[in-house]
Write a protein that binds this ligand. Structure first.
Ligand code: GRF
Length: 213
């Protein structure tokens, strides 16, 4: 399976995929895309993975940015078409493509979502605490457990079908940073498991994620 990863920040989720034993065996990260210069892009370059950047400020309309992003993802997949996926997977996995939003801090538009299958991770147990401040909002609400969710991206904000979730206890002395760091430990393992799952044949049908291992 070919994977394009989208990042905006430190890229530790991306790094978990790069370091995964299954990377290079059952899936290949063919490119890393970003909406800004960020450490995630540097991690990709260090790993020898091609990168692209599509910044909103270069486009007068948000829909034009979305189309440029969808085009860049498509180019990344087609540039990788000469990848010998059969050899990569031992011949038992169909050549498919997946886009992983891993700390990508922009809402994706209709072009990207209609042309690509995109999954995202969120640092809270959806449907609670969607949006850009899931960790802060959960803490402010006084929850005793929170966690992380991997879901299919649809037109809403963190509303798509849930694929997997992991639970994290909130400690009395947690602040946003300490809690987010513990959530990210679970988030990395979950993302690796989910990407491996798709590489091995999970599929998305409308609002249903079929898990056929
Ligand atoms: C993750 O917690 C993700 O859910 C959130 O931002 C964080 C990204 O971390 N949207 P990193 O950039 O992969 O380290």
């Amino acid at each position: 399976m070919q994977v394009v990863v989208l990042v905006s920040g430190s890229g530790s989720l991306l790094q978990a995929l790069i370091d995964d034993d299954a990377h290079g065996k059952v899936y290949e990260i063919v490119a890393v895309g970003a909406d800004r210069e960020c450490t995630g892009l540097e991690r990709a370059t260090l790993a020898g993975i091609p990168t692209f950047t599509v910044e909103t400020r270069h486009f007068p309309e948000r829909s034009q940015w979305d189309t440029a992003l969808a085009d860049a993802i498509e180019r990344a997949f087609s540039d990788a078409d000469d990848l010998d996926l059969a050899a990569l997977t031992g011949g038992d996995v169909a050549a498919r493509q997946l886009v992983v939003s891993a700390g990508f801090m922009k809402i994706l538009g209709a072009q990207t979502l209609s042309r690509h299958t995109v999954i995202n991770t969120h640092p809270a147990l959806l449907p609670s605490f969607p949006g850009a401040h899931g960790v802060r909002d959960a803490l402010a609400h006084g929850v005793k457990v929170t966690g992380t969710t991997c879901h299919v991206v649809d037109a809403g904000v963190d509303t798509g079908p849930i694929i997997d979730q992991r639970v994290v206890d909130v400690r009395a002395d947690d602040d946003e940073e300490s809690l987010h760091e513990r959530i990210k430990v679970e988030e990395r393992t979950m993302l690796v498991d989910v990407v491996r799952g798709f590489a091995r044949g999970w599929s998305i049908n409308g609002r249903t994620v079929s898990i056929n291992e």
